[in-house]
Design a protein around this ligand. Structure first.
Ligand SMILES: [Zn+2]
Length: 492
C-alpha cells in the first residue's frame, strides 16, 4: 500500500515538474517555486552581459552564515545571496590554487590541463575563458593576489589588462575593489567586460585588520605564530603542542579575514549599483579550495588531502532579472570544470576553436530546476614529494597522487602509489570521521572502477608538462604563502 502511494506521489510530482518546465519554456522570467526558467531559455539569455568572477582563495564552504556557520563571518553575503543561487554541493577539482584555478579557466581537469604540479604553468596552446571572451569582443581585466595566480603560471592569457597586487602578507581585497571601481568608471561603456578578481586574503598568513576582530571576541591569547605558514610543519611534528585555545585563536583569525573580505565585496557590489551595472552583469563568487583546522590532523593548509574541508567550496551565481529575492539553493553536484561551459552558455557564446576542450557540463538544468547533470564529480592532487615532512600524518609515505570520486552519498578516495583507500558516507558522516571501506564492499566495487576509468580517460588527454620560470619576487611570495620552503626547494 505504502509503495503504491509512493509511486502515486512520484508520478504526480513528475507531472507537476513537467508542467512547470513547459510553462517556463513558454514564458520568459518564469519563477515557480524552485523552478526559475528552463535550460533552453537560459541558453544565450545573457548575451552581451558583463561578467564579474571573484575567486575567494581558501574559503571553506562551511564558514558562511548562509551555510550555517554560527560566527558572524558574512553578514553582507548572507543578505546578497538572497539575490543569487547558492550551489550547496560544489566540489573543487583540486585542493590547491594552481590546478584549481586552471580548471576554472580551461574547463579541464588538472591531469588534462597539466598545470597540476608545483612549478607548472599552463601551456600556451590551452584556450582559457578569458581568451574566449576577449575574442568575442569582451574587455578583459584581472587583478590577482599573484603567486600561483600570476602571469608566470599562465593566468594572464586572454586578459587585456592583468595585474598582480600587493604581497602575500597584506590583505588586498580593499585595494582590488578600489582598482576595479576606477577601472569600471573609466572603461568604454559600450563594450561588455569580464572582470576577474582573486585574493589570498583568507589564506595563511592569518592577519586580519584589528577593526574586524570585535565580532569574534573574546579571542584567546596564543603563542602560535599565525603569520608563519611553516607553523604548520612545527605543529605537525609536535615541536608545538596545539591546545584548544590555540585552535580557537587560529579559527577566529581566519573568520575575521572572511569578515574583512565580506565587507569589501559589499563595496564592490555597491560600486556596480552606483555605476548602474548590476542589471547587466552576471556575478560569480567561488573558492578554489578550503582550509584545514585539524579536521583530519592537518592545520593551516589544504593541498595534501581531498577531504571535504578542502574540496567542498562555496559557489554563488547572481543572474540579473532571474534570481533576485529568491534565495535559491541548489543541491545537485557541480564541479569547477562546469563553470566555463555554463558561463559561455549563459552569455550565448559558442565555441568553434577545436583547441577548446571543455570537460565540464553546462549547469543550465541545475540553475533552472536543480536537475542533476553530474552523477559523480572528481578531484585530484599531485601536491607531493613533501609528505615525509609529516611522518605522523602520513607514515611511510613520500609521494602521493590522490584522487577522489564524490557522489551525493559517498566519497571514495584512492592513493594508488601508497595503496591507501578510504570510503566515507557523505549523508551520515559529512565530517568524514569513519572510514567505512571494509563495511561497504558493494559501494567500493561500484565507485573504484568508475574512478579508475576516469583516471585512464584524463591521463589519455593529458598535455605535456610545462615548467614555469619564476622570478625572485614570485619565489618570495610562494615562500611567504608556504608553497616553497625557506631553503628555496619546491614544497611539493
Ligand atoms: Zn588557493
Amino acid at each position: 500500500m505504502k509503495i503504491q502511494m509512493m509511486k502515486h506521489l512520484t508520478v504526480n510530482f513528475s507531472r507537476i515538474f513537467l508542467i512547470l518546465s513547459l510553462l517556463c519554456v513558454a514564458a520568459p522570467g518564469c519563477r515557480k517555486g524552485n523552478v526559475v526558467s528552463s535550460p533552453q531559455k537560459l541558453k544565450g539569455a545573457y548575451k552581451g552581459y558583463n561578467l564579474v568572477l571573484v575567486s575567494l582563495d581558501t574559503l571553506r564552504y562551511d564558514r558562511l552564515g548562509i551555510t550555517g556557520y554560527k560566527a558572524p563571518t558574512s553578514p553582507m553575503l548572507d543578505t546578497w545571496s538572497r539575490d543569487a543561487i547558492m550551489f550547496d554541493s560544489m566540489i573543487s577539482n583540486s585542493s590547491w590554487t594552481l590546478p584549481a584555478h586552471h580548471s576554472l579557466f580551461t574547463g579541464q581537469f588538472p591531469t588534462v590541463h597539466s598545470a597540476n604540479y608545483p612549478g607548472a604553468r599552463l601551456a600556451n596552446d590551452k584556450v582559457t575563458l578569458a581568451e574566449v571572451l576577449n575574442r568575442n569582443g569582451y574587455d578583459t581585466c584581472a587583478w590577482t593576489g599573484g603567486a600561483y595566480v600570476s602571469r608566470g603560471f599562465g593566468f594572464a592569457q586572454g586578459f587585456a589588462h592583468f595585474q598582480e597586487v600587493g604581497d602575500s602578507k597584506e590583505l588586498i581585497m580593499d585595494e582590488l575593489v578600489d582598482l576595479s571601481t576606477r577601472w569600471l568608471e573609466n572603461r568604454n561603456p559600450h563594450t561588455p567586460f569580464f572582470l576577474f578578481l582573486h585574493s589570498f586574503d583568507v589564506h595563511v598568513p592569518y592577519t586580519p585588520p584589528t577593526e574586524f576582530l570585535p565580532p569574534f571576541e573574546p579571542i584567546p591569547t596564543s603563542s602560535v605564530d599565525a603569520t608563519d605558514p611553516f607553523t604548520l610543519l612545527r605543529i605537525m611534528n609536535k615541536d608545538i603542542t596545539l591546545k584548544p585555545p590555540d585552535l580557537e585563536y587560529l579559527n577566529k583569525l581566519y573568520d575575521a579575514e572572511i569578515r574583512f573580505v565580506d565587507h569589501q565585496l559589499g563595496r564592490l557590489f555597491n560600486a556596480l549599483d552606483r555605476l548602474r551595472l548590476t542589471d547587466r552583469t552576471i556575478v560569480v563568487l567561488f573558492s578554489d579550495h578550503g582550509e584545514t583546522f585539524q579536521d583530519h590532523g592537518l592545520i593551516m593548509t589544504h593541498a595534501y588531502t581531498l577531504y571535504e574541508e578542502v574540496i567542498h567550496v562555496p559557489l554563488l551565481i547572481r543572474l540579473p532579472g532571474l534570481t533576485e529575492g529568491l534565495g535559491l539553493r541548489r543541491q545537485s553536484l557541480v564541479q569547477t570544470v562546469d563553470l566555463m561551459p555554463t558561463l559561455l552558455d549563459l552569455l550565448g557564446i559558442t565555441i568553434s576553436d577545436s583547441k577548446v576542450l571543455m570537460l565540464g557540463k553546462s549547469l543550465l538544468p541545475v540553475i533552472a530546476y536543480d536537475e542533476p547533470v553530474n552523477q559523480e564529480v572528481f578531484a585530484e592532487t599531485n601536491y607531493n614529494n613533501h609528505l615525509q615532512k609529516f611522518p605522523r600524518m602520513f607514515p611511510g609515505r613520500k609521494h602521493t597522487a590522490t584522487r577522489v570520486i564524490r557522489t551525493s552519498e559517498y566519497a571514495y578516495i584512492l592513493d594508488e602509489i601508497n595503496d591507501v583507500e578510504e570510503l566515507y558516507s557523505i549523508k551520515n558522516d559529512k565530517h568524514q570521521q569513519q572510514n567505512i571501506l571494509n563495511e561497504s564492499p558493494a559501494v567500493v566495487s561500484e565507485l573504484k572502477p568508475k574512478l579508475k576509468r576516469w583516471m585512464s580517460a584524463v591521463s589519455a588527454l593529458s598535455g605535456a608538462r610545462t615548467d614555469a620560470e619564476m622570478d625572485p619576487e614570485t619565489v618570495k611570495m610562494l615562500q611567504e604563502l608556504g608553497y616553497i620552503d625557506k631553503s628555496g626547494s619546491k614544497k611539493q
